[in-house]
Design a protein around this ligand. Structure first.
Ligand code: ADP
Ligand code: MG
Length: 660
């Protein structure tokens, strides 16, 4: 077939025109390739030969889209590559090229099978299909019984055959082999060359870089390069192989489909776990920062919640939603002359209001108390039968007096525990005893627990009688000192207060009373809680910051240790995003596992604490634990991002050249 009488020649599969490559070396540009014009057709087997340092590998990296030329034009299957970004070059590598390296460049943590499968993951081939293909390829290359072996368990020749299988899994239309026999003895070298010739005969385009003329003899075309220039391009006569097209593997999911993404995410997670397993102790030590951080935060939050619930319980007993009504316009004013006073009828009217839970009319008298020769000065309080409910007091012994007692002016008394001890001693049973109040005999019917109530100081002795009895028999006045109200919990305190004011104004024709409630106490407790929360938050931030910096540090180490792995993944077509995700997942996993251990540690602490301490307990809320997990994820992403981005931005050629 002579030139001229066939159809017009189609453009070559790979076409370089005026390609040069400069490296800056100490600020100086060194030209490594100059003015390369080369066309390689589909189905060719080309050997690129030349002395060491002549630029063969540099040319190969440009051919394989691992590197950009500094000048000139390079087209793959007619497509110019000049303007392509990192991910588009990665796509070209996935779809067209299979790389075979002198030092095999297999991933040490993965089996032969997993190494072979790897490029197919980035191409979006579903797992079962890619496993089948990898097994078939390895079997074809005589490694059927070595699929589960790690690279370290394989001979050099076997490793190189795994490398060939990996180059073929995505189709490997163009096989680029840089010194493929360089690390092999002559027997295994010959074996590899035979394989490459067979592949070429099967339709693959094969480009071999070598400095060994005996290796080059396998090729029908030999391109000789010296000092960055092509100095010879010889073709041997002989039948050309069938130029079959080996495109991307059929059945590959579009890489951006959810399925492709899921496969790649799974690969990234698997690799993250493998990396963590390979450095178990280091990973564990890195996690300790997060473990301690999360454990302390969750424990302190649980302590805070426990104490908050305890205080809330006590506040509930005390009655936060209570109101005390006093006559007179302000504290200490007393009832103004001629104005109405608070009366038992006012109390009865208030009791009928829908927002009122209970009402306690109160009168007071300072009367000496006597029992069997013991004298004491006590505050005698005349109160309604609902007083104990209004104040949230609890009966320790006996009972409170009843509505009937109030109606009958009954001479019945409820005392507090302090008064009981003062009069009757530690073991005296106060209930049923008769005491004298200003000469009036009164029977003790109940004892209330000493509580938190701020209106009765811790050193005062208190006795409560029906207010009718105090009015009629001790004080001699029908006016009330105050009315205590307990609002229903559903009533907003401000609304209830306004309604009380309205009602009293109506009844008395003027606003001649003032009120007080427990707001101040509530505010104190709330602001204490606020301060505690601030403390917890700052502990959380500091400990997680320290833990996060530890994670970041170890991720930077991890990236630099695995630079070559990153280069290999990029060579077989991993996108920048794939690399980014792999390292982000690793740092998030470190943080999440650290978080789980931290929460477990905190539960352990809580268990011991709650067994040892009856006063109040650590309360772990689901919200706090969810927040802990969310925090771990955020810390992992935040502190893993810079290392992961560094990894994703690595230059594939430089990464591959790294010794690690
Ligand atoms: P070969 O593969 O033919 O032995 P290379 O293509 O690896 O040669 O290198 C050709 C020349 O380019 C060498 O002199 C080498 O020092 C130089 N070179 C290669 N890569 C770089 C780089 N990243 N920076 C600077 N010089 C480089
Ligand atoms: Mg080289």
């Amino acid at each position: 077939m002579s030139v001229g009488d066939g159809p017009a020649p189609s453009p070559p599969l790979l076409a370089l025109k005026g390609v040069c490559r400069d490296f800056s070396c100490g600020g100086e540009a060194v030209r490594v390739l100059s003015d390369i014009d080369l066309g390689i057709d589909a189905g060719e087997m080309v050997a690129i030969v030349g002395p060491s340092g002549s630029g063969k590998s540099t040319l190969m990296n440009i051919l394989g889209c691992l590197d950009h030329p500094s000048g000139g034009d390079y087209r793959v299957a007619g497509q110019p590559t000049r303007a392509l970004g990192a991910d588009e070059l990665a796509r070209l590598r996935r779809e067209h090229f299979g790389f075979i390296f002198q030092r095999y460049h297999l991933l040490a943590d993965l089996s032969a099978l997993a190494n072979t499968e790897m490029p197919a993951i980035y191409a979006g081939v579903p797992a079962p299909q890619r496993r089948r293909q990898a097994m078939a390829l390895l079997a074809r290359l005589g490694l059927g019984d070595r699929m589960g072996h790690r690279p370290s368990q394989l001979s050099g020749g076997q490793q190189q055959r795994v490398g060939i299988a990996r180059a073929l899994i995505n189709g490997g239309g163009i096989i680029l082999a840089d010194e493929p026999t360089g690390a092999l003895d002559s027997h295994h070298g010959a074996e590899v060359m035979k394989l490459l010739s067979e592949l070429n005969a099967g339709g693959h385009t094969v480009i071999i870089v070598t400095h060994d003329m005996r290796v080059a003899e396998h090729a029908r075309r030999v391109v000789e390069i010296s000092d960055g220039r092509i100095v010879a391009d010889r073709r041997r006569a002989g039948p050309a192989g069938p130029a079959a097209v080996h495109g991307p593997t059929a059945g590959a999911a579009p890489p951006d489909s959810w399925r492709g993404r899921w496969e790649r995410l799974r690969e990234a997670s698997t690799m993250a776990l493998l990396a963590m397993r390979a450095h178990r102790l280091r990973t564990l030590l890195t996690m300790m920062g997060i473990v301690i951080g999360i454990a302390s935060v969750v424990s302190v939050a649980a302590l805070g919640e426990g104490s908050r619930q305890k205080v809330a319980r006590e506040m509930g007993e005390l009655g936060t939603n209570t109101l005390e009504i006093y006559p007179g316009q302000e504290i200490g004013a007393g009832p103004s002359a001629g104005s109405a006073r608070l009366t038992p009828e006012d109390a009865d009217a208030l009791a009928l209001e829908p927002y009122v839970d209970s009402v306690a009319p109160t009168v007071g008298a300072a009367v000496p108390l006597r029992y069997a020769g013991i004298k004491a000065h006590t505050q005698v309080n005349g109160v309604g039968e609902q007083y104990f409910r209004v104040k949230g007091m609890r009966i320790a012994e006996g009972r409170a007096f009843s509505r009937e007692s109030v109606r009958r002016y009954a001479q019945e008394a409820v005392i507090d525990q302090r008064t009981g001890i003062k009069l009757f001693g530690q073991d005296g049973a106060p209930v049923g005893k008769v005491i004298l109040l200003g000469g009036v005999p009164v029977r003790v019917v109940g004892v209330v627990k000493d509580g938190l109530d701020l209106s009765t100081g811790p050193d005062s002795l208190n006795v409560w009688l029906p207010y009718t009895a105090v009015q009629g028999r001790l004080a001699g006045s029908a006016a009330l000192q105050s009315i205590g109200l307990r609002m229903r919990d559903t009533a907003p305190p401000e609304d209830a207060k306004a309604a009380v004011a309205r009602l009293l104004r109506q009844r008395q024709g003027g606003l001649d009373f003032h009120t007080s409630n427990n707001d101040a106490l509530r505010e104190t407790v709330t602001s204490t809680n606020g301060a505690l929360n601030l403390l917890i938050t700052s502990i959380a931030l500091i400990s997680l910051l320290v833990g996060g910096i530890g994670v970041m540090n170890i991720m930077l180490v991890s990236v630099s240790e695995r630079t070559r792995e990153i280069g290999i993944r990029m060579a077989v077509g991993a996108r920048q995003g794939d690399i980014l995700r792999q390292f982000l997942i690793e740092s998030v996993l470190v943080c999440l596992i650290g978080g789980v251990l931290g929460i477990a540690l905190s539960f352990g602490v809580g268990h011991f604490f709650n067994n040892a301490n009856r006063q109040f307990s650590m309360v772990f809320s689901a919200g706090a634990i969810a927040a802990a997990f969310a925090t771990c994820t955020v810390v992992g992403v935040l502190f893993g991002f810079v290392p992961a981005r560094n990894a994703a931005r690595l230059n594939p050629v430089e990464a591959l050249a790294r010794e690690s």
